[in-house]
Structures are given as C-alpha cells and as structure tokens.
Design a protein around this ligand. Structure first.
Ligand code: SF4
Ligand code: FES
Length: 241
C-alpha cells in the first residue's frame, strides 16, 4: 500500500531578493523522511530545496531554536510528531516578530524582555568558608515547573499582549523567569524584582488569554507563574500597609 505524500505549505521570504512574502508548496514522499518528527520532514524538504532557511540545533527539545507556527499553533518542530498532524501542513514563522528570512525570526525583542528581568541569582555575598547556599527540599521544589524553560518563545509569540506591546510587556516567558527567581529562597532581590514589575505594563498587561500555557511544548504554565507574582505583590503591599 502506498501512503499519500505530505502536502506542505511553507512561508518563504528572503528580504534580499523578495519584494514580499510568498507561500511555497512542497509534496514530500513519506519514504524520503528519515524520522518521525516534523523536523525530519523539514530536513527532507531542505534536501530537496537547500534555499529554505530555518533554525534547529539539538533536535531533542533542549535548545529551543526550532519554534514554529505549525497548522496555526506554536510548537517545536523536533517535538511535533508527524503522526499527530494531517497530511496537509502549513508552516509559518512564530507570529508577531520580524522575519529575518523564511522561518527564521528576529528574537531581539524577546531576549530584551528576558534580560530586563535580570535572569540570574542575586544572592548576598558571603565568605567562601561559609560554603554553598543551601535549600531545603521544599524550597527546591518551588523551582519545579519554572527552571525547565528553554526560551523557545512559543508562548510569548502566541500572546496578543506581547504582539501589541513587546517593548513594554515582559511577556509570558520573561515573567515565568521572573517568577523562577522571585520564589528562589537563595535570591535576595525579591523586593526589587517585585517593584520592577509593578505599574500598568510589565506584568499587568496579561489578560489571562492562556495561549502561553496552551502552547508551551515543555508543558510549563507561564500563566500560573504570572499569578504567583501577582499574589506575591499583593501580599507584599498588604504587609507594608
Ligand atoms: Fe518555550 Fe514554554 Fe519557556 Fe515559553 S515557557 S519560552 S513556551 S519553554
Ligand atoms: Fe533544539 Fe528543537 S532543535 S529544541
């Protein structure tokens, strides 16, 4: 029995030669695909048309570089099983971001917001002889569901609040990381971190649409992290009243 070819539409745009984006269609024989993931299908297309550009590195859901919009939903090509997709597939770059070429987006505004939350531990300096910063198992457990983020940007680029205000709203990924440091018992900058997120824009542009949580390919819940920060801010302000 022969199985039908994949019918794949891919967004193409090379600003150096194209006046505007176009969609290119590829018909791919499943026998030419050397694997079971969408990334393997992309590799088969690339061997047929080397001009197609996309990012990939680890192929195992670790580096976060192959976030794409696949049949309307953001996900990682290397974690998307072909058996879960129909034979007709439309692949576009992650939405709401400038396109560098084909499926490659400019991640600058995403990284700027990530950087803005100071994504590193700010512990008080102590003499070396005092040893490591210890955590109880319960304190360590609070980081679960936060530290696993691979910065693929699938969540923030699915968020309308981030589309409209990428320079002002931190976005779901950056806020998940902010939460990761706010709840870390070793971090000594909780107050400054909470203060930095107050006001109309950085945190409170979240309207609970939940796209972030629905698309995260690592099964994380940025919306819950946003609520954790909001609760912490309200506890903090009550304790100062
Ligand atoms: Fe990607 Fe999930 Fe991290 Fe968002 S929270 S950047 S979707 S891994
Ligand atoms: Fe690294 Fe997919 S290629 S996460």
């Amino acid at each position: 029995m022969t199985s039908a070819n994949y019918d794949v539409n891919i967004y193409r745009y090379n600003p150096e030669v194209d006046s505007k984006p176009r969609v290119e269609n590829y018909s791919i024989d499943p026998k030419k695909i050397k694997g079971i993931m969408l990334l393997d299908l992309l590799e088969a297309i690339k061997s047929q048309d080397p001009s197609l550009a996309y990012r990939r590195s680890c192929a195992h859901g670790v580096c976060g570089s192959d976030g794409l919009n696949i049949n309307g939903k953001n996900s990682l090509a290397c974690l998307t099983k072909l058996k879960d997709l129909p034979k007709k597939i439309t692949i576009r770059p992650l939405p709401g971001m400038p396109v560098v070429r084909d499926l490659i987006i400019d991640m600058d505004r995403f990284y700027k917001q990530y950087e803005s939350i100071k994504p590193f531990l700010q512990a008080k300096e102590k003499p070396l002889q005092e040893g490591e910063y210890l955590q109880s198992p319960e304190e360590r457990d609070k980081l679960n569901g936060l530290y696993e983020c691979i910065l693929c940007a699938c969540c923030s680029t699915a968020c309308p609040s981030f589309w409209w205000n990428p320079d002002k709203f931190v976005g779901p990924a950056g806020l998940l990381w902010a939460c990761r440091f706010i709840v870390d018992s070793r971090d000594m900058s909780t107050e400054e971190r909470l203060k930095d997120l107050q006001g109309l824009w950085r945190l409170y542009r979240c309207h609970n649409i939940m796209n972030c949580t629905n698309v995260c390919p690592k099964g994380l819940n940025p919306n819950k992290a946003i609520h954790t920060i909001q609760e912490q801010i309200s506890k903090d302000s009550n304790s100062h009243n």
